[in-house]
Design a protein around this ligand. Structure first.
Ligand code: NDP
Length: 342
């Protein structure tokens, strides 16, 4: 299948690219600069241009940004991952919401207009568009699933960057489903809703200083930045990046994935557990890690039973995903951080 992957330089997208090529698909990926394109190209020296090619899309927040990029001969599927995930925000609308919402609606409009051969579109949404932040983690009587929608409003979105990010994902995913309902395009969509994503970074795109947001807490543990107290975990569910990447690719391969939302989590974790996994597997970081008895980083009610529940059955049943254990994900992540100098 000929696939367009947006944001190919991202943490998750780099793994999706790997899975796509391993499954024999031909990929055109969008990146923001020639420099990023050549870094990816160098990581796949034996892959011909017919299997891996690039288009520059500098800013997905611009109207019509994808109009030319989707004009790929024989294009059948699109995976849209590009969206800002960071909290250094000065203007929530401009920095987070516009690229998320205009990026998502923009690519759907471009496909409808300029790529009539496309049948399947997968959009990387988030658990951010499922959760009700005001309920907090201690909500054991509730089970999150694909049926839940974040009720965040524009007013709440501008209150702080975390709200802003979650609103950007919620508004973007809503806009995608609205588009399909109203425009009745020739293609079907699926959305992927992962919580915190851990797992190895690709060395050719990253450095310790320029690290994707979800892996930063692990970097901070092994570089001695939080020795005195373990920070709050925040979101207590996670998934491995390789499982998430496979789910994206399965969503274009499995017909039953069409028109579905997927809540993809491996289960619970706490920052304290992450620290203990690092301590056990990497004695060389003992000096840098928060000590065994420092406070913080545990479950708010003491154990997992006090947390909200989750239902991850759809992604297992429809896409056949089996989940990587936390220990493996963290060990592989730390190894990859070591490889870039940690
Ligand atoms: P990254 O920051 O590594 O990837 C984000 C990608 O989006 C990068 O390729 C980035 O390009 C691109 N991008 C951001 N803003 C723009 C813009 N205005 N114009 C063009 N490209 C842009 O993060 P992840 O890989 O973690 O995130 C990928 C997707 O997964 C996002 O949609 C995110 O919301 C979602 N997600 C991530 C989770 C996680 O824990 N990691 C959890 C849930 C969802 P560049 O690097 O060149 O700036």
């Amino acid at each position: 299948t000929k696939v367009l992957l947006t944001g190919g330089s991202g943490f998750i997208a780099a793994h999706i690219l790997d899975v796509l090529l391993n499954h024999g698909h031909s990929v055109v990926t969008t990146v923001r600069s020639e420099e990023k394109a050549s870094k990816i190209r160098e990581a796949y020296p034996d892959t011909p241009k017919s299997k891996l090619d690039f288009v520059i899309v500098e800013d997905i927040a611009k109207e019509g940004a994808f109009d030319e990029a989707v004009k790929v001969e024989g294009l059948e599927a699109v995976l849209h991952t590009a969206s800002p995930f960071h909290f250094n925000v000065t203007d929530t609308q401009k920095d987070l919401i516009d690229p998320a919402v205009i990026g998502t609606t923009g690519i759907l409009k471009a496909i409808k207009k300029n790529a009539p051969s496309v049948k399947r579109v997968v959009i990387t949404s988030s658990f951010a568009s499922i959760l009700t932040a005001s309920k907090g983690p201690s909500w054991p009587e509730h089970t999150y699933s694909e049926l839940d929608w974040n009720p965040v409003t524009m007013e709440e979105a501008v209150q702080n960057p975390a709200n802003g990010y979650r609103a950007s994902k919620t508004f973007a995913e809503r806009a995608a489903w609205e588009f399909v309902k109203n425009e009745k395009p020739n293609f079907a969509i699926s959305t992927m809703c992962p919580p915190l994503v851990f797992g190895p970074i690709v060395h050719y795109l990253n450095s310790l200083d320029a690290l994707n947001t979800s892996n930063q807490r692990v970097r901070n543990f092994i570089t001695g930045q939080v020795k005195k107290e373990i920070p709050d975990t925040g979101t207590f569910i996670w998934v491995d990046v390789r499982d998430l990447a496979l789910a994206h690719v399965k969503a274009i391969e499995v017909p039953e994935a069409a028109d579905k939302r997927f809540f993809i989590t491996a289960g619970y974790f706490s920052n304290k557990e992450v620290v203990e996994i690092i301590r056990k597997n990497f004695p060389e970081y003992e000096e840098k890690l928060p000590g065994k008895d420092v406070k913080g980083g545990g479950y708010p009610e003491g154990d997992q039973a006090g947390l909200y529940k989750y239902d991850n059955s759809r992604v297992k049943n429809v896409l056949g995903i089996e989940f990587t254990p936390l220990e493996k994900s963290i060990v592989d992540l730390v190894k990859s951080l070591k490889a870039v100098g940690a």
